[in-house]
Design a protein around this ligand. Structure first.
Ligand code: EPZ
Length: 445
């Protein structure tokens, strides 16, 4: 199992340089699933080399698709071609699906195209219950039947002569990114019109829909809470239009936000390039109110952490919300920030029930955190963080909590070893190389 060995900066703000933001994995994963809606090859650009993308590629290959990386620009292959003409199975591989929740998104396009899909309860980050009831009830509203016996077996009713899903009116009882995307993709090939209400509005969903619409899908209202899809009645989207309209992943707002908090705490000056600051409004506004000097253009953010000590930054309270609110995926990083500012901050998590598991790790480094409930913590700062005694290691608990302990280790004095970094690799491409390029002493062992 690989580890990061991190030399803490002990509160000094010495990191300097530029990081270029990669394509958004949470959009790219869904675009890969959407390739199933096409009658031939599609080209996807600005794809990040994160582990989740590699797992999704493997799942598609096991179903019979051809998935290959190609050069986009620069030295690393960031473009991908997916050809689903060879698809011969609708059974999503259990072991791979167990590693990653986004595997469930494939069920929408599979069901739309073949009228059936089999999959295990999806795995992924252990941050809460993460049920799939919204998917199942949505499919049932579209005419599919579900059998559950260890795996979910969903198919369009055999009694019906028609194999396609039928358009339906679906009101989600909870806002869900994955259910919005999945039901929407299922509806693209369905018969008739589907109206989805109480939808998620995340930019990653908009990104995929703009591509699908450029390739002939008829989806209206994305980015608002009501989405209408006019189904093709089983006709696949054309790879000819896909050849003219490659998918390009938007910059990853969570990766950009993670580096922004790093910049505020550890950098003399950090430029975050090729990003979309408009997607990070909630975080940027809070950090600016707190006193962090931040300058933005349409595609970059410059944070000058060194202009004043962290202890002069003001505290604030944060409640996570669906987009455009404060992203739950940035919650662990903002907790680290709160340990370094003067005063008491309150952090409330509303999306997941189990996303404060990293708190014990921060406390073991010297953070002063009270757990009010499973959904709320208070943090008093500033705390001088210190690495654990020699021989003790910290463990990445999920993608974002993993980044947060790396960040805390950089703020601390001394050497910290973070284990289980495969989880960090699921969401961050070559994190240690990028930190090294800013002057950090972080080694992968
Ligand atoms: C996406 O997960 C992201 N993952 C998550 O990012 C992100 O935390 C989350 O959206 C919220 O922004 C991907 O896009 C691959 P949800 P998703 O369905 O779609 C409940 C990261 O670190 N729910 O919007 O799985 C669910 O339990 C990851 O990159 C149901 O109750 O999230 C949660 O409480 C982690 N029933 C809430 O909805 C359902 O059927 C929101 O989850 C579906 C979801």
């Amino acid at each position: 199992m690989e580890k990061f060995v991190i030399q803490g900066l002990g509160g000094k703000k010495t990191l300097k340089g530029t990081v270029r933001v990669n394509g958004a994995k949470n959009a790219a994963l869904k675009a890969m699933a959407a390739a199933v809606l096409f009658d031939g090859p599609v080209r996807l650009k600005n794809m990040p080399h994160t582990e989740d993308i590699h797992i999704q590629a493997e799942i598609l290959r096991k179903l019979g698709a051809d998935v290959s990386w190609t050069k986009d620009s620069g030295e690393i292959d960031h473009a991908m071609e997916i050809d689903t003409r060879g698809l011969r199975s609708t059974d999503i591989d259990g072991e791979l699906a167990g590693k990653m929740r986004a595997s469930v998104v494939l069920t929408g396009p599979l069901l739309g195209r073949f009228g059936k899909a089999t999959f295990p309860a999806p795995g992924g980050c252990v941050i809460g219950a993460r049920p799939i009831d919204l998917f199942i009830s949505g499919y049932e509203a579209m005419g599919a039947m579900t059998k559950e016996d260890g795996v979910y077996d969903i198919s369009v009713s055999p009694k019906s002569k028609v194999q396609s899903l039928k358009g339906a009116n679906i009101i989600f009882k909870k806002v869900s990114v994955g259910a919005t995307e999945t039901l929407m993709m299922a509806a693209v090939l369905a018969e008739g019109k589907t109206v989805l209400e109480n939808c998620a509005c995340e930019p990653e969903i908009v990104n995929v829909v703009e591509w699908l619409n450029a390739c002939g899908a008829k989806i209206k209202g994305v980015g608002t809470s009501t989405i209408e899809i006019e189904g093709t009645g089983g006709r696949l989207l054309s790879s000819e239009s896909a050849a003219k309209n490659p998918y390009v992943a938007i910059p990853d707002r969570i990766e950009a936000g993670s580096y922004l908090v790093l910049g505020a705490l550890c950098a003399d000056e950090l430029k975050i390039d090729d990003c979309r600051p408009e997607h990070l409004g909630a975080l940027i506004d809070l950090l600016k109110l707190s006193g962090v000097p931040i300058k933005t253009t349409d595609s970059s953010i410059v944070v000058s952490g060194n202009t004043m000590p962290d202890s002069s930054f003001k505290t604030f309270d944060v409640t996570t919300k669906e987009y455009p609110g404060f992203a739950t995926d940035l919650q662990p990083m903002i907790a680290v920030y709160m340990t370094q500012v003067s005063g008491r901050s309150k952090l409330t998590e509303t999306i997941y029930e189990g996303r404060f598991k990293y708190v014990d790790d921060l406390k073991s480094l010297g953070a002063d955190i009270d757990t009010v409930s499973s959904q709320e913590i208070t943090i008093s700062g500033p705390s001088r963080l210190k690495a654990l005694p020699a021989g003790r290691e910290m463990k990445a608990l999920d993608i974002r909590a993993g980044f947060a302990v790396v960040l805390a280790a950089l703020c601390a004095e001394g050497e910290t070893t973070v284990t289980n970094i495969g989880l960090i690799d699921r969401g961050y491409e070559r994190l240690e190389e990028r930190l090294q390029s800013l002057g950090a002493d972080v080694v992968r062992n």
